[in-house]
Design a binder for this molecule. Structure first.
Ligand code: FES
Length: 267
């Protein structure tokens, strides 16, 4: 490492240790690595499994396959047409999955989380990083993180589709109203997806950004205050929605494969 940058810069105090922190500052970083790794491994496996994603009897569709657009999608599971070629390397939801991946990858919260845990840049407040130079997000490829604001619009559209899937699932294959544990899990997942998406920093900017005078825009001001309140919980929503995504997918997979039967309350 260079001897005149970072904590070694001439203007910095000379300390005998790299950090004076004595708390367990590394715990959140370890949890982040574990949590994100579990999700990435689970989601990748499921997306390429290409089976057990649809329960025809109750119209349950896992969000990992929504919207299902491959010509191989099971009849009834594709609500928006089937036109993607059938190939083991092409996910059935090959349009929504990359968008959602990039939306989360460029999320302000996740950036902080993976910069600290995987990249150690820096590992934590008042803990020096191992890198020689800090260039921020001002050059390629990290400057592309700025595209997050555009991914927000596409991600919101996909949550609308997830909401549509969830509502369809209240109708059984016979066309009757039905309610099972799967409906409850699908509903909770959609609520958490909305909470995560609407609490996005870009959404907050869409609501109240670039305004010179809040009093002349009372509706946008009202929406901005609501989104700002949600925004304070963005980190929680980011993690909870990852959990509900895996939970709903696991439940649909187990019911679709016949490993368990759906707990029915009505219909
Ligand atoms: Fe996290 Fe936009 S800042 S989704």
């Amino acid at each position: 490492m260079s001897t005149d940058t970072g904590i070694h810069a001439p203007s910095r105090a000379r300390l005998p240790v790299s950090s004076l922190r004595t708390d367990r500052w590394w715990v959140p970083q370890v949890l982040t690595i574990v949590g994100l790794s579990i999700f990435v491994i689970y989601a990748t496996t499921r997306i390429f499994l290409q089976r057990d994603y649809w329960v025809a009897e109750y119209n349950y569709l896992t969000p990992f396959y929504s919207p299902c657009m491959s010509v191989a999608c099971v009849e009834g599971s594709a609500h928006f047409g089937r036109f993607l070629p059938d190939h083991s390397l092409i996910p059935y939801a090959a349009i929504s999955m990359p968008i959602l991946l990039l939306f989360r990858l460029t999320c302000y919260y996740y950036r902080k989380a993976y910069y600290r845990s995987f990249w150690l840049a820096p590992p934590a407040c008042a803990v020096p990083e191992p890198h020689e130079r800090y260039t921020g997000e001002t050059r390629f490829p990290l400057i592309l993180q700025n595209l997050h604001r555009y991914f927000f619009y596409f991600a919101a559209a996909i949550v609308v589709i997830n909401t549509y899937d969830m509502l369809l699932a209240f109708r059984t294959a016979d066309g009757e109203f039905g309610l099972g544990l799967g409906n409850v899990i699908l509903l909770v997942n959609v609520i958490m997806l909305w909470a995560y998406t609407l609490s996005c920093h870009s959404c907050r900017h869409v609501m109240g950004g670039r305004l010179k005078n809040f009093s002349k825009n009372p509706v946008r001001y009202w929406m901005w205050t609501k989104i700002s309140a949600l925004n304070t919980r963005h980190m929680e929503f980011a993690w909870i929605s990852l959990g509900t995504l895996m939970l709903v997918d696991l439940y649909v997979m187990l019911v679709a494969s016949g490993a368990i039967t759906d707990l029915r309350f009505i219909g």
